[in-house]
Design a protein. Sequence first.
Length: 180
Amino acid sequence: MGSLFEELEAREAAARVLAEELEAELAEVAAKLKLARESLERLRIARETVAEVLAEMTPGKSVAVTGAGQPTAGEPVASAYAGAERQVIGVLTVPNWQPGIGPELLPSVYRDILEVVADAPGPVRAKQIVPRIGLPAETGKIEGTRAKLKRLVEWGWLDEDTPGMFTLARRRGGVSTNSR
C-alpha cells in the first residue's frame, strides 16, 4: 500500500485530467454555441428584411428594379417589367398584363398554360389543360391548374366568361407563345 501522499497525488492527477477533458468539451460546445447564435442572427435579419420588402410590395404599387435585379431606394429605374404592377407569390413576382409585356416574363408553367389556351379552338377547362402540360389527370393537379388559371385571369392574361371556361384575354388580340 502506498503512502497517503501518493494516493492524494494520484487522485489529484486524475482530477486534473478530468478537468482538462471537461474544459476541452466546454470549449467545443462554446464554439458550436457561437456558430448557432450567428446562424440564428442571420436568419432573424433575413426574415425581417423579407418582411420589410413584402410589406413595401403591396398590390397596385410598382417596384423599381435595377438592371442587376436589385430594388432601388425610391428612384424609378427602367426594368424588364417596364412599370408593370407585380403581385407577390411567395418570393416570385409576376407582372399584370400590360401592352408591350410578353408571356416570357411569366414562369414556365404559366407560359405552358397560355400556350395550350392559345392553341385551343375555343374555351378550355382546367381538366383539359392538365394532360397537355404534362401533368397526370389527378384531382390535385387539376385544382392546382385551375388556381393558376384563375390567377392568370386576375392578372389580365386570360378571360373567364363562363365559370371554369378559360380563353385568351380578348383586349390584346392574342398572345405570342413563340417567345419561349
